[in-house]
Design a protein around this ligand. Structure first.
Ligand code: 5RP
Length: 252
């Protein structure tokens, strides 16, 4: 039977079969051990980061953490943190963040990431690149040999104007890598998915390695109409990986 883990107060006990969500929670709780009173925190987005936000709120309620200020990376996390009474601010008022904690979709051996399958890559990158320390929390399924190697999406945020043109220009950059792209749609109504910033997302898929990540990043960002991409190169300070055999911390 799978362990039921429902409270932000109790970390999962590793002696029983753990679900993927338990692993996410274990990684999240481990990262929150680095949070100290008085910190300005970047609050990540997604099912893993959600556990970290729950845990931070619990420690604030308990009185263990004091004078915390949270900077949410999405409207979704903003709403979660607000409902849990975490004091919130933004980058305009707090341009330097002590610690950001967030999940990722892929992590390579150099701790480069793909993020944004949850759609929040732009705010995440703004906040995490303004953080003195950025701890990534993942279950072991997110570890890959090369970015793009999972054959899952690498998201790119684009302005809605002539998005089809932007899609073609993005795909043209990576013809050698067997790239295809598609506009992200909402699951329910099939309409274009709109980000917190009013933009669209093009999901790129690669058949082969995309080569040098910095070159790929520069080429994408040079295209007019592109806002940001989901490769987080050199931004992570450490990655906490929770697996069925235990927790590993990878540091640069
Ligand atoms: C959202 C993200 C998430 O961190 C990423 O998608 C991982 O999500 P999850 O923790 O639900 O697996 O980048 O934009």
């Amino acid at each position: 039977t799978n362990l039921m883990v429902s409270s932000a107060a109790s970390p999962p006990c590793p002696s029983v079969a753990l679900t993927q969500d338990d692993l996410k929670k274990i990684a999240a709780y481990k990262a929150v051990e680095h949070v100290k009173s008085g910190m300005v925190l970047g609050l990540g987005t997604g099912s893993t980061a959600k556990h970290a936000v729950d845990r931070i709120a619990h420690l604030i309620q308990q009185g263990t953490l004091k004078d915390i200020i949270g900077i949410p990376t999405s409207t979704q996390t903003h709403e979660q943190a607000l409902s849990l009474n975490i004091p919130l601010s933004d980058l305009d008022s707090h341009p330097v963040i002590d610690l950001a904690i967030d999940g990722a979709d892929e992590v390579d051996p150099e701790l480069n990431l793909v993020k944004g399958r949850g759609g929040s890559l732009l705010r995440e990158k703004m906040i995490e690149s303004a953080s003195k320390k950025f701890i990534v929390i993942v279950d072991e399924s997110k570890m890959v040999k090369h970015i793009g190697a999972s054959r899952l999406a690498m998201p790119v945020e684009v302005i809605p104007f002539c998005w089809n043109h932007s899609l073609r220009r993005l795909v043209d950059l990576f013809t050698d890598s067997g790239c295809v792209g598609e506009l992200r749609k909402c699951a329910g109504n099939g309409e274009a998915y709109v980000t917190d910033n009013g933009n669209y997302i093009i999901d790129l898929y690669f058949e082969r390695d995309i080569g040098d990540l910095n070159e790929a990043s520069d080429a994408i960002l040079r295209l007019p109409g592109i806002v940001e991409h989901g490769m987080f190169i050199g931004l992570a300070s450490s990655v906490i990986v929770a697996g069925v055999d235990g927790v590993t911390v990878k540091t640069k």
